[in-house]
Design a binder for this molecule. Structure first.
Ligand code: FAD
Length: 567
């Protein structure tokens, strides 16, 4: 089943739902006219469908491997990378001064989603480059920027992010990698990093590792961490890859999915690095890359969901089983339930991510703190709900296929295996949810409340024409507001954290209702209103069970002791 990029959905969402016209009206993004966006989406769709999608299965069957210390990528991946690089898809939102297109993140988000749907394991490589490019643009010296950015944007050089160590996963502050000043402005970086995506490859002429490490006077915890750019080959005086740096790939992990993406254990032994950002300011600099990647990973979830949905729908339209009007399983009510759930959730998750990207673009273009707060609020929701949508939809896709879903040839199982990691890397679901109820509520819930005001305002406005849809959205928003106020009032953080995941998912449900309602208002007699009605009747009500959980606090969770749990 060939992948077909849903260009008309992106265009509808940008034009009618998430307010992209505001972005295009700014001076910063004046080039992002409707024609340009259409041309970009069309070209990216073509490359994703024709070049990347055929690589998906090859990566699964022939994983990247380490051969005598040399990383061998999956068959065809070098050509895939070349197509991504030549299309300019690494630097869509990068600074034109260094060769980027300078287009909005909303456009990058749509393009990244298409590439993820086509071949997730390869798409992770340009995603890492995009994040590092943004981090360098904001935090690196002019010298580093001029040397590295053009090469990364063109795809001549690739990029990685190095946070995780064996004892420092979610708790990044526990890392022990060290950096010693060399006295000439460079540093010697030593330590072992694990789980490094695309830690090596055989298609880029150099690989730029962004590595978190601690300087000798760095205090324990996150406040004592600095960030270093450590290239695989040290650039010579002409900026070409020179001598090999003191680093190597120790091994490549065997994983449940995402086989085409080499997940590496990296050893740095006094490797030469350059400081990015301030000494001990590494987390702030790395957060630029992490926020970029969080949006991107949410988009990976939606991309895989779209691929899995298209597969499942095609199967359901062909598979004959039981008596139905069409003769195929598509007309069984329970199969329809699965297909409609998939489609309605993909729309909701895609809208949340495009709204998140739009807020990022508006913050950049206007410098307005409210837009920045909106973007920060939506990031954990988009990351978590995007990933969860990918996982749920891909799993449902297996179910639609029946036994054939459990058989590898159909590709349904691969989607499910590949996408599972999106809820783990770039901050687990739990870490995103805690971020939402703690850091993102440090404003006393103001950013959340402002967003809920807008949702209610729109629902009020829609009552006149679509009361059956507007009413439930308004009521769900009001219940979410009460839960938000309850959360903000809790001084014991464990009471907030106990309900954090449920709160995040309920928030996503309400946002989904809001965006579906917007779609229905824009297309009142068409299929989008029908899908909105389905979502609002069948899926939005989940918010109330989730919110009941939010306010139950932590006592019951901790009521059984570890001994009782093990008994
Ligand atoms: C395929 C793959 C690719 C990856 N790529 C990269 C990469 O390129 N660069 C990189 O640096 N890392 C990468 N990672 C690492 C990834 O980011 C970590 O696996 C992730 O952050 C979780 O850390 P951990 O595995 O140590 O799990 P742990 O931190 O041990 O977490 C285990 C469980 O405990 C929960 N938990 C932990 N701490 C808390 C807390 N304070 N409160 C509540 N719950 C908590 C977690 O949510 C999780 O459910 C990758 C991982 C994988 C699997």
């Amino acid at each position: 089943m060939p992948y077909r990029a849903p260009i008309s959905d992106y265009q509808f969402l940008l034009d009618q739902v998430v307010g992209f016209d505001q972005v295009a009206a700014t001076e910063t993004f004046a080039d992002a006219s409707a024609d340009v966006v259409t041309a970009i989406l069309t070209e990216a769709a073509k490359m994703s469908e024709e070049v990347l999608a055929p690589l998906q299965r090859a990566g699964d069957l022939e994983p990247a491997r380490l051969e005598n210390g040399v990383l061998r990528s999956s068959p065809g991946y070098a050509d895939g990378w070349k197509a991504i690089a030549e299309g300019g898809w690494i630097g869509i939102s990068a600074d034109p001064e260094y060769g980027g297109m300078g287009l909005p993140m909303a456009v990058t988000t749509a393009v990244n989603e298409m590439m993820s749907a086509a071949c997730l394991s390869l798409q992770l490589a340009p995603l890492m480059a995009q994040g590092q490019i943004e981090a360098l643009e904001h935090h690196a010296s002019d010298e580093l920027k001029s040397l590295y950015l053009p090469k990364m944007i063109s795809g001549e050089w690739s990029a990685t992010m190095n946070l995780t160590e064996a004892q420092a996963g979610s708790d990044v502050g526990a890392l022990t990698s060290k950096a010693e000043p060399n006295g000439d402005g460079t540093y010697s970086v030593t330590g072992q990093k694990i789980f490094i995506s695309w830690g090596d490859n055989d298609f880029a002429e150099n690989i730029c590792h962004l590595v978190l490490a601690r300087l000798p006077d760095g205090v324990p915890g996150t406040k004592g961490i600095s960030l270093f750019l450590v290239p695989k080959y040290i650039p010579d005086s002409d900026g070409n890859p020179g001598v090999a740096n003191d680093l190597k790939v120790v091994s490549v992990e065997h994983k449940m999915g995402l086989h085409g993406s080499p997940t590496c254990v990296m050893q740095y032994e006094g490797a030469k690095g350059w400081l990015v950002g301030k000494e001990h300011g590494g987390m702030a600099a790395m957060f630029t890359m992490m926020n970029n990647a969080r949006l991107g990973v949410g988009g990976q979830g939606v991309g895989v969901a779209e691929g899995a949905y298209q597969h499942a729908l095609a199967y359901a339209l062909e598979r004959k089983q039981g008596r139905t009007p069409s003769g195929t399983i598509i007309d069984h009510a329970d199969v329809r339930r699965m297909i409609m759930d998939m489609r309605a959730d993909i729309f909701a998750a895609r809208a949340i991510l495009l709204a998140n990207a739009t807020a990022i673009d508006m913050a950049k273009a206007t410098g307005d703190a409210d837009w920045a707060a909106r973007a920060a609020l939506l990031t954990p929701i988009g990351k978590n709900f995007g990933a969860r949508t990918g996982i749920r939809v891909a799993e449902t896709g297996v179910q639609v296929h029946g036994g054939m879903g459990f058989v590898e040839e159909t590709g349904a199982a691969q989607y499910s295996r590949d996408v599972r990691v999106t809820a783990i890397y770039e901050g687990t679901d739990g870490i995103q949810a805690m971020d939402l109820v703690a850091r993102k509520m440090m404003d006393g819930g103001e950013a959340a409340s402002n967003l809920l005001d807008e949702i209610e305002e729109q629902a009020e406005h829609a009552r006149a024409t679509m009361p059956d849809l507007a009413g439930p959205v308004w009521e769900a928003t009001e219940t979410l507001r009460e839960a938000t106020e309850w959360l903000v009032a809790q001084d014991d953080m464990n009471d907030r954290f106990a309900g954090a995941t449920a709160y995040l998912l309920a928030f996503a449900r309400v946002l989904g209702g809001h965006y579906h309602l917007s779609a229905a208002l824009a297309d009142p007699d068409g299929p989008r209103a029908k899908l909105a009605r389905y979502y609002i009747n069948a899926l939005l009500p989940e918010h109330s069970g989730l919110l009941a959980r939010v306010q139950s606090g932590a006592d019951d969770l901790f009521s059984l002791s570890p001994d009782e749990l093990a008994a």
